[in-house]
Design a protein around this ligand. Structure first.
Ligand SMILES: N[C@@H](CCC(=O)N[C@@H](CS)C(=O)NCC(=O)O)C(=O)O
Length: 198
């Protein structure tokens, strides 16, 4: 059975674990502590980042977008539409949601890994303004949820889960459409919502 190296709080990990369920690919989830650079992680991904998917035949797949594409191939096209234009739209939504995650993560890491007196406020402000610009764009351009979520929608839900975990009460105001979209996702797909960052 393929293994997914992951951590509970990681938005990209939540996305690929949800994608594995949607794709119907049973995976064993193995928690890793990226701060400790465990051998299992760094020997499979020199970047020491999660998620990593380890296939039965010994391939190590990262980053999370290579994993959603691999899962999509296993499931013969469940996570991305077949139509080229629609597929590109889903790929761009996944990139935007992951990029929003990158901004939030950069903000968290700046405060976590630098001594407080060295945290660079203009850098924090820049990441935060990019994040809010992406959130406003998403609030104005909501993806319509169908019978099952595509990879872009999974990425979006996972990243909003991370935003709520680390920045609760700081982004939701004035973005009622997006917060309702997230609640609607959770109501519709409770088994996926169970994997959101925590
Ligand atoms: N672009 C990567 C981002 C992965 C990433 O940054 N993961 C974080 C956890 S959410 C990580 O491994 N951080 C540890 C580190 O950078 O050392 C992806 O989509 O998988």
């Amino acid at each position: 059975m393929p293994k997914i190296l992951y951590a509970n709080a990681s938005p990209y990990s939540a996305k690929v674990r949800m994608a594995a369920i949607v794709a119907g690919v049973a995976c064993e989830a193995v928690t890793v502590d990226t701060n400790a650079d465990p051998e299992l992680l760094v020997s499979n991904n020199p970047l020491g980042k999660i998620p990593v998917l380890l296939t039965d035949d010994g391939q190590a797949i990262y980053d999370s977008r290579s994993i959603t594409h691999w899962l999509d191939r296993q499931a013969k096209g469940i996570l991305f539409p077949r139509n080229a234009t629609k597929r590109t739209e889903v790929e761009v939504l996944e990139a935007l949601a992951d990029g929003l995650g990158d901004c939030l993560l950069a903000h968290v890491y700046e405060r976590r890994y630098r001594p407080a007196e060295l945290a660079h406020k203009p850098w924090l402000d820049r990441q935060w303004s990019k994040a809010l610009r992406a959130i406003d764009h998403l609030d104005a351009n909501l993806p319509r949820l169908g019978r099952r979520p595509n990879a872009g929608q999974l990425a979006l839900r996972a990243t909003l889960g991370y935003a709520t975990l680390r920045f609760a009460g700081q982004w939701e105001k004035g973005r009622g459409r997006l917060t309702r979209w997230a609640k609607g996702f959770d109501r519709k797909f409770p088994e996926l919502a169970a994997l959101l960052p925590k």
